[in-house]
Design a binder for this molecule. Structure first.
Ligand code: COA
Length: 248
C-alpha cells in the first residue's frame, strides 16, 4: 500500500480522483477508502472545487473491494473505513462524474449509482458478484439499482451476478454514454469541467432537490446492508469463494 494508490489532482475546478493500484486491478483497501473519503471531504469544503471525477486506468476502473483486505479486516462497526466512505459519497453535495474503462466490479459498479454522469468505454465490463462471493449488495445498491433499472434487470445483475457490457449498461439506464475506450477519460473530463462551469450554488441546489429527500433512505439502506454484509464476511460461503478466487 502506498500513498499513490489513490491519486488526486485539481483540474480547473474539478477534483480528479484516480484509482491507481494497477498491479491489483485497482482493488480498494481500507487505507484507500480513507484516502477516498478524505479527498471527498476536501472537495466538499474547498470552494474552488466544483465537481469530482472518478476514474481508473486504461485497463481497469476498479476490481472492487480488495478481497484479501476484507478477509484480514472484516468491517467491525459503522466506523469501518469502507462504511465511512460509502456514507460520505452517498450524500456528497457537488456533482460527481465517472469515466470507466475496463473492469468495474463490485463497488466499481455500485459507485456509479451515486454519480451524476457516467461515461464508459465500449470495452468496459460491469459486475456485481456479491452473491457469488457469499456476500450481499452494498452502497444502497439493493435500494437504488431496482429503482434505476427496474427489478427485472436489477435481479439479473445482483442475484445472478454475471458480467455485463457497456452497451447493456447504457440500454438499462445505468450509465449516460458509451465512447471509444481511448476517448473515455476526455469525455468524463469534459463533462466534469462543464459541470464545474455552471453556477455552483444552483448546481448544488439542483442536486439537493433531485436527491436530498432520498438521502435518509439511502443512508438507512447502507446501514441495513452493512449489518448483513458484516456477518457474510465471516461466513463459510465467503471464505470458500475468496479461497477459490486466489487459487485460480
Ligand atoms: N481483491 C484483491 N486482489 C485482486 C482483486 C480484488 N478484488 N481483483 C484482482 N486482484 C488481484 C489478483 O489477485 C491478481 O493479483 P496477483 O497478480 O498478485 O495474483 C491481480 O489483481 C490481477 O488480477 P487478475 O485476476 O489476474 O487479472 P485479470 O485481468 O485476469 O482479471 C478482474 C481482472 C478484475 C476481472 C478479476 O481480477 C476479478 O474478477 N477480480 C475480483 C473482482 C471481485 O470479485 N471483486 C470483489 C467485489 S465485492
Amino acid at each position: 500500500m502506498s500513498m499513490s494508490d489513490v491519486l488526486t489532482l485539481l483540474d480547473n475546478g474539478v477534483m480528479v480522483i484516480r484509482f491507481n493500484r494497477p498491479d491489483k486491478k485497482n482493488a480498494i483497501t481500507e487505507a484507500m477508502y480513507d484516502m477516498l473519503r478524505e479527498s471527498l471531504e476536501q472537495a466538499e469544503t474547498d470552494a474552488e472545487i466544483k465537481a469530482v471525477l472518478f476514474t481508473g486506468d486504461a485497463a481497469c476502473f476498479t476490481a472492487g473491494n480488495d478481497l484479501r483486505d476484507f478477509m484480514a479486516h472484516p468491517m467491525k462497526d459503522r466506523n469501518a473505513p469502507v462504511l465511512r466512505f460509502l456514507r460520505t459519497a452517498a450524500v456528497f453535495p457537488k456533482p460527481m462524474v465517472a469515466a470507466v474503462n475496463g473492469s468495474a466490479i463490485g463497488i466499481g459498479t455500485t459507485l456509479l449509482l451515486h454519480c451524476d454522469l457516467v461515461v464508459a468505454g465500449e470495452q468496459a465490463v460491469f459486475q456485481m458478484p456479491f452473491v457469488n462471493l457469499g456476500l450481499v449488495p452494498e452502497f444502497a445498491s439493493s435500494l437504488l439499482l431496482p429503482r434505476q433499472v427496474g427489478h427485472v434487470k436489477a435481479a439479473e445483475w445482483l442475484l445472478l451476478g454475471n458480467r455485463f457490457s457497456a452497451q447493456e449498461a447504457l440500454a438499462a439506464g445505468l450509465i449516460n454514454k458509451v465512447v471509444a475506450d481511448t476517448d473515455t477519460l476526455e469525455a468524463g473530463r469534459s463533462w466534469a469541467q462543464e459541470l464545474a462551469k455552471r453556477p455552483p450554488e444552483a448546481m448544488q441546489a439542483a442536486k439537493r432537490l433531485m436527491k436530498g429527500e432520498g438521502y435518509a433512505e439511502v443512508l438507512k439502506s447502507i446501514d441495513a446492508e452493512a449489518e448483513i454484509f458484516q456477518e457474510r464476511l465471516r461466513s463459510k460461503e465467503f471464505a470458500t469463494a475468496v479461497a477459490s478466487f486466489f487459487q485460480r
